[in-house]
Design a protein around this ligand. Sequence first.
Ligand SMILES: Cc1cc2nc3c(=O)[nH]c(=O)nc-3n(C[C@H](O)[C@H](O)[C@H](O)COP(=O)(O)O)c2cc1C
Ligand SMILES: C=C(O[C@@H]1CC(C(=O)O)=C[C@@H](OP(=O)(O)O)[C@H]1O)C(=O)O
Length: 400
Amino acid sequence: MIRYLTAGESHGEALIGVVEGMPAKVPLTAEDINEHLARRWLGYGRGGRSKIENDKVHIYSGIRFSETLGSPISFRIDNGAYKKDRAGWPEKMAVDGDRGDVERVTMPRPGHADLAGMQKYEFDDIRPVIDRSSARETAMRVACCSVARQLLNAFGIHVGSHVTRIGEVGYDHPEEYLERRERLMKEGGAQAVYRAADESETRMLDPEMTERSIEHIEEAKAAKDSLGGAYEVIVTGVPVGLGSYVHWDRRLDGQLVQAICSIQAQKAAEVGDGFRNAARPGSKVHDPIVLDDDDDFARRTNHAGGIEGGTTNGMPVIVRGYMKPIPTLIKPLDSVDTATREPKPTRYERSDITSVPAASTVAEATVAYTIANALLEKFGGDSLPEIRRHIETHRAKTTD
Ligand SMILES: Cc1cc2nc3c(=O)[nH]c(=O)nc-3n(C[C@H](O)[C@H](O)[C@H](O)COP(=O)(O)O)c2cc1C
Ligand SMILES: C=C(O[C@@H]1CC(C(=O)O)=C[C@@H](OP(=O)(O)O)[C@H]1O)C(=O)O
């Protein structure tokens, strides 16, 4: 099993990550990771911080001559804001010494981790909560999960995503983007989907929807408000039989929903047409079993999102994520000063208007990690060649 840990405060010096359990001989370079770090900054609607950061990973261990060694892989990503912001972060986030005259933050923002976090850890200052709950952490998550993604790539399993909604602008039914998405998937799997989405400023597959979503973000900005949205993560090339129905925590659908909701501000997730299926009769939901041109089992449709009984059925895996609007608004919200208990409006310094395009790339990463572990659980081995032998034996069997 691959495990990872991230450490680091948003305005501290750097983010640190350690990935353990990665098999040996998987091709991996800093560039493979930096590509996805750059993609995480795509998307209209991000705030001032996006102009400051230039995320690049520094690899310390676990890789030699562009291949994994099977030993723990460790990374650092510097926080550009630490030095470039004029806020004095080296003093405010100092590891040594005492507080001195560093001011306490005492105005909690509704919707952020601020108040619950300070009550939980008994802080009289929100700063530590702001800094660790921040989605800045997702930069290191993307780095760690890109390692798992490399393992999947080696077996022709690809993960991609595209945004389906920003606030009020979005597709009402998957049919509206299905044709375009299917064509891309036929051409180049999930990779073709994410590359097409990356061309759009809001990571949408439809140019008209992109334009409308940009206008909507501008309207929200003018109204001093923020927006949420939705996206779809697709995995192509997935073998049959990952996950299981035999026990609750081995169900891959449950793990994938957690992979999405583990990301800051993601409040719902569905596998396949999950929400819509609840309102439809079984005859319009369950994907008919057919034989394809090679006499292999296939499905005529994919409302199940590639998973039945917690187990992959060979169709593309499809998971959708739903993000709430960003909690830091230019428009003040009602709150209470935790130091004086005086009701006061929140203060605004800097924030994204929306981060749905960024969240969709983080979701690719967490889904890749989940699928990579399911792959290792079934076909595990200590090196890429060993896993390949296990997969080939299985593929030969299932196509008999
Ligand atoms: C990529 C990304 C960027 C985000 N940017 C901001 C931001 O600029 N300002 C903000 O208040 N929240 C932002 N958030 C959301 C907060 O991190 C999140 O709402 C907060 O940690 C509380 O967690 P919860 O929403 O899961 O309850 C962002 C989330 C993601 C995924
Ligand atoms: C730094 C990132 O996102 C940050 C996530 C975030 C939050 O509250 O989650 C708040 C903002 O940070 P700041 O308050 O410094 O502007 C975002 O920019 C990033 O994605 O790398």
